[in-house]
Design a protein around this ligand. Structure first.
Ligand SMILES: Cc1ncc(C[n+]2csc(CCOP(=O)(O)OP(=O)(O)O)c2C)c(N)n1
Ligand SMILES: [Mg+2]
Length: 889
């Protein structure tokens, strides 16, 4: 019976396929597609379970050979160029290896990607010109040797550069391992070495391009973002996690090419599965244009003859682990494994010799297939495009590396392997030179060089090339923020409120307003920024297609095509990628865009620290604001919200300025100075500034305090009323904790102890200045008598010194070396606790009574206070001397 059903099914299937063929021939593909769609929907309505099935297509090229465009290039010559690049790229790594210095390098990644890069270079990657926006191309980091090799052929790099691959500090110039704009600011445009970040970075670069166009700041004259990534790299969550935004924002200027060589560093990406099919599902599900490039042209004829789908069925069933194995086996072995127990397939394959079976290409090594996919993706259709390109890792390395699990790390080849590679690649070189891995330099007049230069000229010039296109802005006047310098009178406010007012003021500025980019994850209301919605609008490419629920309110949720605010939703990775895109627009688009990204401070460096590091690499500018900061100032929220360490994390970014301001005037001074330094003086720095949600009255800038002191990080805020007492205490405060300092000051003065109050907006700036002076002293370029800023301020002061902040003690300790001997630091080491502000401050021992206790103890050491006096203080103020250490408990 079952056999009967099976037979009937087979007959039905044949009949249906025959009818379908007729429909394709008679009605054409479009109508056939519509018919199948309606059949599908009908079947689903009838209860047939088809949902999800549509997210995978067969394991063949998406573009049928019949739709393949004519290849416009001279493929023979292009292949020669590719082979020279392959050789020189390999030679760079081998020479670095031969030097014996263990410099490392990678051959296999570029070997798998060389053909697609060549097609890109010869036909697609278009430079910015007067009428074209310009393509941003991001390359796989480990393919860098190939990109250098091409720049060498284009005459942009010298042979010394190539020889000094991974020797950046060579006097005659060297090359960094991977794409690092910071290390090669005239060449690399965007960093990609930390895998996974480039996907999200480029999605947001493409979005920011559209943002600039929709806001009328950039012409709508094209410009694509081409992103090349590895299939192993696709496991990084940042890329897949932000796929939807590319569709929502209709990023048809984005082309993601996944180099599916089926291998990562250690071995197969999906030995037991199929990475291409898995990615196809994810991308199709998200709504991208998906193009699979799997098979080379040699398979076309076989696939055409495969009327019953036997071959495709086999292709569907083979696993990536099998395909990887086929790349290293002999043709005979591949065939026997491929056709095992399948006589019909064996028959179909008989037209190919074993050698043909072995050398049959994967699509990613076939110019025609690559070109067809690139051409399709480069045509805007309202959606982002992904190309899943199947290749062989180490292609062309022969037995030395092709398809092997160890190929990623392969940096050396034997003399014979080198000679074999040169022969295979057709490099006209003596065996002796090949064994030494000498570079091959075709003459300037050679066909190869002429062709490649002509192609690049036609496409506008060389890529990558980084430029700094933006003109410096006018310096901001000294009084731009004078209202903030005057203080808030009786009115209590937080530094966050001050920040929002500064941003509003900047947004309204006629010169600068258009360049300000407020970036907020889903926290605008937390920071009191919702007032900006109405005035500046939230960027939304489709505008506002619905009536907002709060339309009748003053600060309604206004979305608009030319909105200025980037509302990122709960996506810190996306928000920081927007920051990166805005903060690098000065270079990529010639626009001095100034991002102000404000976030919950604990969800900054600790969540997206690597992206911030990449921002540093890309010389991104702008302001990061850690909102609701301070371990005890953010009360109630507990362990995962209360941040007492972001300043430590930010301190490791070499070109980042970190500030923890206490007062409105400090914030205004720092922001003004920051804009001037970054956009007028064009310094390659960026800022991290913490702001808090604690309200207090903002004092006016005292007359004796200069802007310069604030920027340098330290100034005396208040002198003690009298200097009569020998007992002298200096309290160093920052951020909101200044309120605790003021209280402690009162208590100490009441005890007859004189107090000076110092504000320390930046411990880090002080430390950096002092470290540089120390360095100069060691080098002998500075006299041993010279004093650091810290020493200049404190060396004439007597007494004891207490630093107190809402951050871990290592922040205050970072200046200890230059402080007078009696220096003690209070801070908030330990996990946060859900508690009230005052209880938290007692818990972390930074409240007024703990500040006073520390002062008394230090004075006791100086013999100015007795132990009995300190004891009496602890008793009257209920200090539990057996309290557990909050740093541990
Ligand atoms: C975040 C991060 N983790 C690990 C690495 C180290 N690493 C460099 S390349 C690589 C394997 C890459 O495999 P794949 O993405 O498939 O690229 P392929 O070289 O195969 O083209 C690894 C693990 C890195 N550079 N960045
Ligand atoms: Mg790979």
């Amino acid at each position: 019976m079952a056999q009967l059903v099976q037979n009937q099914w087979e007959i039905e299937q044949k009949e249906w396929i025959a009818s379908l063929d007729e429909i394709i021939d008679d009605l054409g593909e479009e109508h056939t597609a519509a018919l199948i769609k309606s059949l599908r929907e009908h079947a689903i309505r009838r209860g047939v379970k088809l949902v999800g099935e549509a997210l995978n297509t067969p394991y063949i090229n998406t573009i049928n050979v019949r739709h393949q465009p004519h290849y416009p290039g001279d493929s023979e010559l292009e292949k020669k160029i590719e082979n020279i690049n392959r050789w020189n790229a390999m030679a760079m790594v081998l020479q670095a290896y031969d030097s014996g210095d263990g410099l490392g390098g990678h051959i296999a990644t570029y070997a798998s990607a060389a053909s697609m890069y060549e097609v890109g270079y010869n036909h697609f990657f278009q430079k910015k010109t007067a009428d074209y926006g310009g393509d941003l191309v991001s390359f796989q980091p480990h393919a860098a040797p190939g990109i250098y090799a091409r720049a060498f052929l284009e005459g942009r790099l010298s042979i010394e550069h190539l020889r000094n691959f991974r020797r950046e500090l060579s006097p005659e110039g060297g090359l960094p391992s991977y794409p690092h704009p910071r290390r090669m600011p005239w060449f690399w445009e965007i960093p990609s070495a930390s895998m996974g970040l480039i996907g999200v970075s480029c999605i947001y670069q493409a979005r920011f391009q559209k943002y600039l166009e929709n806001r009328g700041l950039k012409e709508k004259n094209g410009g694509k973002v081409w992103v090349f990534v590895g299939d192993g790299e696709m496991d990084e969550p940042e890329t897949l996690g932000t796929l939807n935004i590319a569709v929502r924002e209709q990023l048809d200027n984005l082309i993601l090419v996944v180099n599916c060589n089926l291998q990562r560093l250690d071995g197969p990406v999906r030995g037991n599965g199929k990475i291409i099919q898995e990615l196809e599902r994810s991308f199709l599900g998200a709504g991208w244009n998906v193009t699979k490039v799997i098979w080379g042209s040699e398979w076309d004829e076989l696939l055409e003859r495969d009327r019953d789908g036997i071959l495709v069925d086999r292709m569907n069933k083979a696993l990536d682990g099998d395909y990887q194995m086929y790349s290293v086996l002999s043709g005979e072995k591949v065939r026997s494994h491929w056709v095992k127990d399948n006589p019909e397939l064996e028959k179909l394959m008989q037209s190919l010799s074993d050698e043909e079976v072995r050398t049959i290409k994967r699509g990613g090594h076939d110019y025609k297939k690559i070109y067809a996919a690139f051409e399709k993706a480069a045509k805007p259709n309202g959606k982002p495009s992904v190309i899943l390109m199947k290749t062989i890792k180490g292609y062309g390395m022969g037995k030395a590396g092709e398809g092997k699990n160890t190929t990623h790390q392969k940096k050396n080849m034997s003399a014979q392997e080198r000679i074999d590679a040169a022969t295979r690649l057709g490099i006209p070189m003596s065996e002796d030179d090949a064994a030494k891995a000498k570079f091959y330099i075709p003459g300037d007049q050679s066909q190869e060089i002429k062709y490649l230069k002509d192609r690049r000229t036609l496409l506008g010039g060389s890529i990558p090339e980084r430029k700094e296109r933006a003109e410096p802005i006018e310096a901001l006047s000294l009084d731009i923020f004078s209202d903030f310098k005057a203080g808030s009178g009786e009115r209590e406010m937080s530094t966050t409120m001050v920040l929002v007012r500064i941003i509003s003021k900047l947004l309204k500025s006629s010169d600068l307003g258009k360049y300000i980019v407020p970036i907020i994850p889903d926290e605008a209301r937390t920071f009191g920024m919702d007032g900006l919605f109405r005035h500046s609008g939230i960027y939304q490419p489709k505008g506002q297609l619905y009536q907002p629920v709060d339309a009748d309110t003053l600060a309604y949720y206004r979305e608009s095509t030319d909105g200025q605010i980037l509302q990122e939703g709960i996506c810190e990775a996306g928000a920081i990628a927007s920051f990166m895109a805005a903060g690098t627009a000065y270079s990529l688009h010639g626009l001095p865009m100034i991002p102000f990204y404000i976030f919950y401070s604990i969800f900054g460096f600790q969540r997206v620290g690597d992206m911030i590091w990449a921002c540093g690499d890309m010389m991104c500018k702008g302001f990061l604001f850690g909102g609701t900061s301070g371990r005890t100032t953010l009360n109630g929220e507990g362990v995962q919200h209360q941040d007492g360490h972001s300043h430590i994390l930010s301190s490791v970014i070499p070109n980042m300025k970190s500030y923890d301001p206490s007062f409105a005037f400090e914030l205004a001074i720092i922001i003004r100075d920051g804009i001037n330094r970054m956009y007028h003086l064009q310094e390659k720095i960026f800022y991290y500034i913490t702001v808090t949600n604690e309200n207090y009255t903002m004092p006016a800038q005292p007359d004796h305090v200069t802007d310069k002191e604030v920027i340098q990080g330290l100034y005396k805020f208040k002198k003690s009323k009298s200097n009569k007492s020998k007992k002298k205490v200096h309290l160093l405060g920052s951020g909101s904790i200044m309120s605790q300092v003021f209280e402690a000051d009162k208590m100490l003065e009441e005890m007859g102890i004189n107090v000076d109050i110092w504000s320390v907006p930046s411990y880090l700036e002080l430390q950096r200045e002092a470290l540089e002076l120390d360095r100069q002293k060691i080098l002998g370029t500075s006299s041993q008598d010279e004093l650091s800023l810290i020493e200049q301020k404190f060396s004439q002061e007597n007494g004891v010194f207490i630093s107190v902040s809402d951050y871990v003690k290592s922040q205050g300790m970072c200046i200890a070396k230059w402080m007078p001997e009696q220096y003690h630091v209070l801070g908030t080491d330990g996990y946060g606790v859900s508690e009230s502000r005052s209880t938290l401050r007692d818990h972390f021992e930074i409240s007024p009574k703990y500040i006073v206790l520390a002062a008394l103890r230090l004075l006791e050491i100086q013999g100015l206070v007795t132990a009995a006096e300190t004891k009496s203080f602890t008793m009257t103020h209920d200090v539990n001397l057996n309290k557990l250490n909050p740093a541990i408990h």
